[in-house]
Write a protein that binds this ligand. Sequence first.
Ligand code: UD1
Length: 369
Amino acid sequence: MVRILSVVGARPQFVKLAAVATAVSAAGHEHVIVHTGQHYDAAMSDVFFAGLRIPDPEVHLGVGSGSHGAQTAAMIHGLEAVLEQRRPDWVLVYGDTNSTLAAAVAAVKLHLPLAHLEAGLRSFNRRMPEEHNRVLTDHAADLCLAPTQVAMRHLAAEGLAARSVLVGDVMTDVCLEVRRQVAASAPPLPAGLSPGGYLVATLHRAENTDDAARLRSVVGALARLDTPVLLLSHPRLVERARRHGVDLATGSLHAVPPLPYADTVAAVVRSCGVVTDSGGLQKEAFLLGVPCTTVRTETEWTETVDLGWNVLVPDPAGLAAAVARPRPAPTGATPYGDGTAARVVVAALTGVQQMSADPLPENGGLSSR
Ligand code: UD1
């Protein structure tokens, strides 16, 4: 039996954890879940654990919000004691948040084997905190678990091929399963929105929310669209909008608090398009067959763009034309796998563990594919 310790803290990590927790327990391995507390609102955390049936975290650090330095430092400090006490066979970290980087630093300083799930994604935009989090975590990790071939190529280009393995995308596992579950249920839509006649929008990235003029211009462009917009409002958006005096209840906007995962999937499936700066939602729109418009200069999920289902519109002036574009041609391509990635993740972790003498071989015991 292998002891895996997962560190999570932010909403997209709970979705990935849902797939991994199921697969780890099905394979009969021990799994300790540690929550840093980066996301603490019930709507951002508890409802994901309950809705996706994730076991409660054994440890909750309760770190909360703060500047990058204060938040990340508090997490490293809290995690060090937990990791020292538990000494798992693997510390598993997810994605690109401050919780990811903090756990990576804490683990490697204690010489604990570190695996990074969703390794190899790159925006090549060094102004994004997430880009630094992912690059630093990949280079610290003993095992880079990559979701796509593109991610594998990025890892190889940075000299990390020998410790990288293509496992597929665990968010696909969850998204496809939840789509099956919600197929028959109607999403909770505010008055004035009808199936097929609204857009789903989210906005939370620092580059879109922190600067008052930028936030005003993106929100203004959304509010002026002809189609009603269901704006799933991340707490960061709500907080910055209040601070900058930007109205989220105007024009076409129907701003609602963040939805549980299943309701989000149900809302997207019945929408006519998605407008977002989220990474995960771009991919979920693709998996659910809904055209996406991304309010950023680049994306890590380039396959969605290459296949015609996502367009990058950094300038809010281009938003109206982008959402009115013709629906893309259907594609049978499955760049994000078939919904069985979590099993491959567990096989990779336990395979390496069983093969490896202590310490881990330099390449993590795996060859790149
Ligand atoms: C974080 C991740 C981002 C990820 C996102 C998903 C980093 C650097 N960023 O961004 O990559 O896409 O999570 O949601 O780790 N807040 C609350 N309640 C909460 C959480 C946040 O009110 O439960 C507010 C606070 O005002 C806080 C702000 O949101 O200051 C930002 O939260 P933080 O966790 O620092 O980053 P996110 O913007 O959520």
